[in-house]
Design a protein. Structure first.
Length: 722
RNA sequence: GGCGAGGUAGCUCAGUUGGUUAGAGCACAGGAUUCAUAACCCUGAGGUCACGAGUUCAAAUCUCGUUCUCGCUACCA
């Protein structure tokens, strides 16, 4: 879209179950903020929306963990996240929240329209309901006897004995695993979004129309999803935390919208709230074809913003995103960021350690913004290292950018009486004019790069202008010319003219730096304005490239440093802090922790830690389980399976084959010879073509790492456990 | 295992429709300088472009295979 009338920019709604780290910042919020600041400097009509995503099962789970309520959780994290963003200069026009009634109403209206138009499929089923737990039961929570093989422990979705896929209805004598009682059949209905109906549209829209202007990683991901076959996706669930279905919907009582459905609608409700607050009309931003909609997200969110939400928008009659510049992930000191392993740098920690310190201040926010932009994972995963952070600050921001502004101001005070010196046209050299010409060259480059969402390259060009300034000053050597004095001790006229021209140009260049750096380092841009005694209005983008931003004869302030150096001690402190806080993972534990807030996570959260205690059983229930000590005498990787190991276990009385999903945690070599606990009377089950006869007991720690359960000292294989 | 994205100097990354000695920044080395936060400026060293084969007059770039990293997905009783 070449010249849109208005822009709507969104940044992924952070999930309100905990603090967010710098990976989230680099992935979505910072690039979005840079883009928005650039557009606003251009006086474009733009709204930048974001907000907390507060639904989904992970919120109640987090509440259980913290011993509180879901409401308390979101009320705790929402204001902190909002404050974190503000401290780091992420300037949303509105930071909304999906628990707001306006959002609930918006999401309900959205659902209703799709439903009324017949765009959703309703599947009405008799589903099992646990009267004691007062909830519908997911297939997994029902056990019964398999109609196929008569195995008594079959699950509602599949029999583990014969492998047959089942529906709960087929089970004989079903039992709820929540209460242990027989569930009753209850009529329920669920609504589905039939993505499969829209495959042609998606192919055309993404794989053809946007094949070239979207990032290859984004298009590739979409292709992978589309080629994999799109399925109808459940829009509703039987749950009590979320957006209730509209009361007018028949059979909707006790149901909420699936969080993946309501969360992106949060962008719309946020826009509505913004419009209410500012006396604007929100509709054109979501309905007018002349609006350019851009979603900034991390790569784990691609499917929602490129496939699912666009289908929803299309059906609802809204505009579609013009681009979805998803970033890859940001690693930290050689490893993936992970909340569960505590391998991360939270925004809050950075704010505490650098910004809210005596030698900190908002320019430290800009330092982080600088480094995160410089290493932004635009085309592939990238890495945050504390050394890299220090280097970027000390040898680029301080040495090149800050130093140029500082020496220009210092020299001006020394050689030009503290005032902006005049430009003497007769004394202009080729170098003067070519340097002046660089202003607009840089502006053009930065502009073009920002339009293509190439923030890293754009920032480089701005710093490069400072570099050009340093080179220019070095060649002109005004401090040398100042020594060419006449009898009165003052510099000769020719020398002074050259000095004037040099500093005039350097100061104008500083003003340009302020305009150009503003989207990236807003605090620094304002500080330069302060030093140059100009109003912030100078930061309007139309001033970029201009050579007469400062008036001749105007006296400027005494120089102040823009950035301070970061000492080695600060870096080693951070490294130690990271190491000591980290929960180690010795072996190759696969962690699916992502660096960006993720709506998917909400749906199937597998938070380790405090699990609710299962319903009470009687001794006889326990006595059914036959546990024995065994010894692994051979282990090998199962072909075509990442997680499975085929184990040969000596049980004393016999030797068995057991297939276990522990390959990500242990290598075959390291576990041979280990004593283990085996469930020996578990029904056999085929996995990847190998029959598994039993199950190995494992303990999982907070970091998700597995540990064998075994006797303190080696004892006879086959020993019983009770 | 399937699909997608990657593997280019010590580090972070560019390399357009295949075309002369493969680029930048940082780090490093040498030189020069002192207005400046021991900063700046100049010069230099440093790469079998993951590996192997093929197409071509010509391959970092196209094709096939291998391998490694990341993501999605299947396998977890």
């Amino acid at each position: 879209m070449s010249n849109p009338k208005r822009y709507l920019i969104t940044a992924a709604l952070p999930y309100a179950n905990g603090l967010k780290h710098v990976g989230h910042l680099a992935g979505a919020y910072l690039p979005a903020d840079i883009y928005v600041r650039y557009l606003k400097a251009q006086k474009r009509d733009v709204v930048f929306v974001c907000g907390s995503d507060e639904h989904g099962t992970a919120i109640p789970i987090q509440a259980t963990k913290e011993g509180t309520t879901a409401r308390d959780i979101i009320d705790k994290y929402h204001p902190i996240m909002a404050q974190n963003f503000q401290d780091l200069g992420i300037a949303f026009d509105i930071y909304h929240r999906t628990s707001d009634p306006l959002h609930h109403a918006t999401a309900q209206e959205f659902f209703t329209r799709l439903n009324d138009n017949g765009d959703l499929e309703i599947k009405e089923t008799e589903q099992y309901f646990d009267e004691e737990a007062n909830s519908f039961l997911a297939d997994r929570y029902i056990k019964g006897t398999c109609p196929n093989c008569s195995y008594p422990g079959a699950y509602g979705d599949q029999c583990e004995n014969c492998g047959k896929s089942l529906s709960p209805d087929e089970l004989i004598n079903p039992v709820s695993t929540l209460s242990g009682k027989a569930p009753v059949k209850k009529q329920t209905r669920h609504w589905y979004l039939p993505l499969n109906r829209h495959e042609d549209f998606l192919r055309e829209w993404i794989l053809k129309e946007h094949a070239n202007d979207w990032r290859s990683t984004v298009v590739g991901q979409c292709k992978s999803w589309i080629d994999g076959g799109l399925q109808p996706r459940a829009v509703t669930r039987d749950l009590d935390w979320g957006v209730s279905l509209p009361e007018t919907v028949e059979g909707g009582k006790g149901k909420v919208l699936y969080v993946w459905f309501d969360a992106p609608i949060g962008y719309i409700s946020a826009t509505k709230q913004w419009a209410l607050d500012n006396g604007k009309d929100w509709r054109p931003y979501w309905e007018d074809k002349d609006t350019k909609l851009v979603h900034f997200i991390g790569k784990d969110n691609i499917v929602f913003h490129c496939i699912i939400f666009p289908v929803m928008l299309k059906l609802h009659g809204n505009i579609l995103p013009d681009n979805v510049p998803a970033n890859e992930f940001l690693n930290l000191e050689g490893d993936k960021m992970s909340t569960s392993r505590n391998w991360k740098l939270e925004m809050q920690d950075y704010i505490d350690d650098f910004i809210n310190k005596e030698n900190g201040g908002s320019q430290m926010a800009d330092v982080l913004r600088y480094y995160l932009t410089q290493i932004a994972p635009e085309t592939k995963d990238s890495e945050f290292t504390w050394k890299g952070f220090q280097d970027a600050n000390n040898s680029e921001l301080v040495s090149i950018f800050g130093n140029f502004v500082n020496r220009a101001l210092v020299l001006m005070h020394k050689l030009c009486k503290g005032k902006v010196p005049p430009l003497h046209p007769n004394a202009l050299t080729d170098l003067d004019t070519s340097t002046l010409a660089e202003f607009s060259v840089t502006k053009e480059k930065v502009e073009a790069l920002l339009e293509q969402y190439k923030f890293r390259d754009a920032l480089f060009e701005v710093i490069n202008l400072a570099r050009i300034g340093n080179q220019y000053m070095q060649k002109k050597e005004p401090w040398i010319l100042a020594k060419q004095t006449g009898e009165d001790g003052q510099p000769l006229t020719d020398a002074q003219q050259s000095i004037d021209n040099t500093l005039h140009i350097c100061l104008q260049l500083c003003a340009n730096l302020a305009v150009l750096i503003n989207p990236f380092l807003p605090f620094t841009a304002r500080k330069i304005c302060y030093l140059l005694k100009v109003v912030d209005k100078m930061l309007d983008w139309e001033n970029a490239g201009k050579t007469k931003l400062l008036s001749v004869g105007y006296s400027l302030r005494a120089p102040e440093l823009l950035f301070r150096k970061i000492e080695d001690a600060e870096i080693s402190y951070q490294l130690e802090k990271l190491q000591s806080a980290a929960i180690k993972r010795e072996s190759l534990v696969g962690s699916s922790e992502s660096a960006i807030t993720n709506t998917e996570k909400i749906m199937e959260e597998n938070t380790p830690g405090t699990l609710p205690v299962k319903p009470t059983i009687v001794f006889d229930d326990f006595a059914k389980i036959d546990l024995r000590v065994g010894k692994i005498i051979a282990a090998e990787k199962v072909e075509k399976a990442d997680k499975l190991l085929k184990l040969t276990v000596d049980l004393g009385f016999e030797t068995r084959t057991i297939v276990s999903g522990i390959a990500l945690h242990f290598t075959p070599e390291e576990i041979v010879g280990k004593q283990i606990t085996v469930v020996v009377n578990l029904a056999p089950r085929k996995m990847r073509g190998i029959e598994s006869n039993g199950m190995i007991l494992m303990a999982e720690d907070a970091a998700g790492k597995l540990h064998f359960i075994n006797p303190e000292e080696g004892i006879d294989n086959g020993s019983s456990i009770s």
